[in-house]
Design a protein around this ligand. Structure first.
Ligand code: IDP
Ligand code: MG
Length: 139
């Protein structure tokens, strides 16, 4: 099944100039980039994006981190893109991520873990429309 998913290259990665290296791993996994932009979220935007985690102890720290620098948001498309990208990303905690994954390779810790990817078709749709208008979607 061809799916779309939302990817974010997080501030810890843009800070270290890793956008190109991470996009290369995404493309080498066969995922196609069909929309992309670099933005710097406000605190309000970061808190709204991660609202599902608002009751978690790490919510304030996570959202401060997510608005601490620029991010690269993109729409990825491919066969089973949602689970396929989550495999390329690796586990949330880089200590538990498989070798060769983005997080194993680049994440600094469980919070500053370099990338975000949607976790279901429903969240992918909501997250894509949070960042991209129809006009910005190439494919
Ligand atoms: P995911 O990004 O792998 O889907 P989620 O559980 O949805 O992981 O958490 C969202 C983000 O919140 C993580 O990517 C990470 O940046 C941060 N996070 C998750 N768990 C923790 C934690 O225990 N401490 C600090 N930050 C966390
Ligand atoms: Mg998640």
């Amino acid at each position: 099944m061809i799916q779309k998913t939302l990817s974010i290259i997080k501030p810890d990665a843009t800070e270290r100039n890793l956008q190109g290296a991470i996009l290369k791993m995404i493309q080498e996994a066969g995922l196609k980039i069909t929309a992309m932009k670099m933005i710097h979220m406000t605190r309000t935007q970061a808190r709204s994006f991660y609202a599902v985690h608002s009751d978690k102890p790490f919510f304030d720290s996570l959202t401060e981190f997510m608005c601490s620098g620029p991010v690269v948001v993109s729409v990825l498309e491919g066969e089973n893109a949602i689970s396929s990208y989550r495999q390329v990303m690796g586990a949330t905690n880089p200590d538990k991520a498989d070798p060769g994954t983005i997080r194993k390779t680049y994440a600094l810790d469980i919070e500053r873990n370099s990338v975000h990817g949607s976790d279901s078709p429903e969240t992918a749709e909501v997250e894509i429309s949070y960042f991209f208008s129809q006009l910005e979607m190439a494919g």
